[in-house]
Ligand binder design. Structure first.
Ligand code: HEC
Length: 128
C-alpha cells in the first residue's frame, strides 16, 4: 500500500511538472494580450510626442481638442496614422496646418505601432 502511495506521488510530481511547461508559454501570450494601445498612446502623447502641449482632451488650445479631431476623423473616415506620416492632407483645421507640420519630424520617426497607439488614444475620447 505504501509503495503504491509513493508511486502515486511520483506520478503526481511528473504530471504537475509537465503542466508547468505550457503555463510558461501561456504567460508570454498573456503579456501581449495585455498590451493596451490606448495607454501606450497616451504615454507617447504626453511624453515623447509632446502633443499635450498643444492638444487638450476637450478644449481647443493651440491645436484642436482631441475630441474634435477624433470626431472629424471618424465622420470623414480619415486616417490619423497617414496624416502623422505626412501622407494625408489636413482635414480638421487646414489654416493652421503649418503649426502642426513642425511635429512631423517627431511623428515620422515613430514606428507604425506607436502611431497606431496615438490613433487609438485619440479615438478613445469618442466614447466619453
Ligand atoms: C506646436 C503645437 C502642436 C503640437 C506640439 C502638436 N500639434 Fe497637432 N495640431 C496643431 C495644430 C495648430 C493643428 C491644427 C492644424 C491642422 O488641422 O492640421 C493640429 C492638428 C492635429 C491633427 C489633425 C490634423 C488634420 O487633419 O487637420 C492631428 C491628428 C494632430 N494634430 C495630432 C498631433 C499629435 C499626435 C501630436 C504629437 C505627436 C501633435 N499633434 C502635436 C498643433 C500641434
Amino acid at each position: 500500500m505504501s509503495k503504491n502511495l509513493i508511486v502515486l506521488f511520483v506520478l503526481l510530481a511528473i504530471v504537475s511538472c509537465k503542466k508547468e511547461t505550457p503555463k510558461n508559454t501561456e504567460a508570454t501570450t498573456e503579456v501581449s494580450e495585455d498590451y493596451d494601445p490606448i495607454a501606450f498612446g497616451r504615454e507617447i502623447f504626453e511624453t515623447k510626442g509632446n502633443c499635450a502641449s498643444c492638444h487638450k482632451p476637450d478644449q481647443k488650445v493651440i491645436g484642436p481638442s482631441i475630441m474634435d479631431i477624433a470626431k472629424i476623423y471618424k465622420e470623414q473616415n480619415g486616417d490619423i496614422v497617414a496624416f502623422l506620416k505626412g501622407k494625408a492632407e489636413p482635414i480638421v483645421d487646414p489654416s493652421q496646418y503649418e503649426v502642426m507640420k513642425t511635429n512631423f519630424a517627431i511623428t515620422k520617426s515613430m514606428t507604425d505601432e506607436q502611431l497606431k497607439a496615438l490613433e487609438a488614444y485619440f479615438y478613445s475620447h469618442l466614447k466619453k
